[in-house]
Design a protein around this ligand. Structure first.
Ligand code: HEC
Length: 126
């Protein structure tokens, strides 16, 4: 075989492999509840409470008229859809017709971190 053609084939194969690996890593954007717990403790617990019951100390400080749901309660948790949870986290309360006290985290958390939080919230009810 012409060595130049052989080399070109190798390059095509390498490009195909890179594309495949990229699509696999995209598909693997599943949430990790353990990492979600760490993000929750750092960024959410002050309002949502350490245990996710919707009783964080900053709600009083900010004179919040509404309390978030108790995510440890199975029924309350199930009433929330994945898309609503993600929309609340990324766009905040105001954009979703809810309390403006709930901040938007779109520029502070990446897609993976939002999925990690979602997985953690879903793992709360016992
Ligand atoms: C400064 C206080 C504050 C912080 C910080 C905060 N939230 Fe909220 N969040 C709220 C309030 C208040 C509501 C209730 C909004 C309403 O019902 O009008 C809420 C509502 C929500 C909801 C909708 C479901 C529910 O329980 O009402 C989700 C999901 C949510 N927050 C996720 C998060 C996550 C995840 C974080 C951390 C990345 C976070 N929040 C940080 C105050 C906060």
């Amino acid at each position: 075989m012409d060595p130049f053609i052989f080399l070109r084939q190798q390059v095509v194969w390498a490009a195909a492999l890179v594309a495949l690996a990229a699509s696999i890593s995209l598909a693997a954007a599943e949430g990790n509840a353990g990492r979600g717990a760490q993000i929750f403790a750092a960024k959410c617990a002050r309002c949502h409470g350490r245990g996710g019951k919707g009783d964080g100390p900053d709600l009083v400080k900010l004179q919040s008229a509404v309390s978030p749901d108790d995510w440890t309660d199975k029924e309350s948790n199930q009433e929330l859809t994945d898309s609503f949870i993600v929309a609340m986290i990324t766009k905040g309360g105001k954009a979703n017709g809810k309390s403006r006290i709930m901040p938007a985290f779109a520029d502070k958390l990446n897609t993976q971190q939002v999925q990690d939080l979602l997985a953690f919230i879903r793992a709360m009810p016992k």
